[in-house]
Ligand binder design. Structure first.
Ligand code: ZN
Ligand code: ZN
Length: 239
């Protein structure tokens, strides 16, 4: 009995994030020392630091974010050991999108990915009851493709003096969300009258609104393991 308790307690220390004290969410490991944290906690920390929060080794002098990686095995272990955590996280994500009045991208529901629903202009800005959108969402879509399930971490920087920066510029969202999603997100946060006033850029190239974040990462972003850095500014003709 006693042995068992000690073992569980030991495990707990390994599946907890040192930065937030909670169970690991989107577990992300420093490649150099193999210490693991929640992705959002670690990315935020590395904005200001270049060392591992646990062992203090220098991860990289100038680009520490390129030396961290999603740790799927660890996340699977955490979800297996902590009952209800995965469901709670999925609920949090749904809540996050719902509060913003955005459609819930596929994998926040823990389902197959579909770019389709995000491209349909008739559904812009609509929030649907879980049930109906689930059904539409699943029609004819491949299920369980693991490449579609890792969320993308994004840093949204403003590069225009005409617009405000975001209070929270680090966000994490579904790889199947589109550039249009991000435009709506920013427009909502900045109280813009229309998301059409915005351009979003990656490596100084304007992104098409129908591109999924997965597509942007694969085609435009060299640093596969680092969060995707995007800039926004008013559309050129509005400058
Ligand atoms: Zn954390
Ligand atoms: Zn470390």
């Amino acid at each position: 009995m006693l042995t068992r308790k000690i073992k569980l307690w030991d495990i707990n220390a390994h599946i907890t994030c040192r930065l937030c004290g909670g169970y690991l969410i989107d577990a992300t490991t420093v490649t150099e020392c193999l210490h693991t944290f929640c992705r959002s906690c670690l990315v935020k920390y590395l904005e200001e630091n270049n060392t591992c929060p646990t062992c203090r080794i220098v991860i990289h002098q100038s680009h520490p974010l390129q030396y961290i990686g999603h740790d799927r095995t660890m996340q699977d272990i955490v979800y297996k050991l902590v009952p209800g955590l995965q469901e709670a996280e999925a609920r949090n994500q749904r809540e996050f999108y719902r509060k913003l009045g955005l459609e819930v991208p596929g994998d926040a529901k823990g389902e197959a990915c579909s770019a389709k629903q995000h491209l349909d202009p008739h559904r812009d800005g609509e929030t649907k009851a879980d049930d109906s959108s689930n059904k539409e969402h699943l029609q004819g879509q491949p299920r369980g493709d693991p490449r579609c399930t890792s969320p993308v971490s994004i840093c949204l920087e403003c590069n225009s003096s005409k617009l405000r920066g975001l209070k929270r510029k680090w966000i994490r969202c579904s790889a199947q969300a589109t550039v249009l999603h991000l435009k709506k997100f920013i427009a909502k946060k900045l109280n813009l009258s229309s998301f059409n006033e915005l351009d979003i850029l990656c490596n100084e190239e304007i992104l098409g609104k129908d591109h999924t974040l997965k597509f942007v990462v694969v085609t435009r972003w060299r640093f596969k393991k680092a969060p995707l850095l995007l800039h926004y500014r008013p559309k050129m003709d509005l400058l």
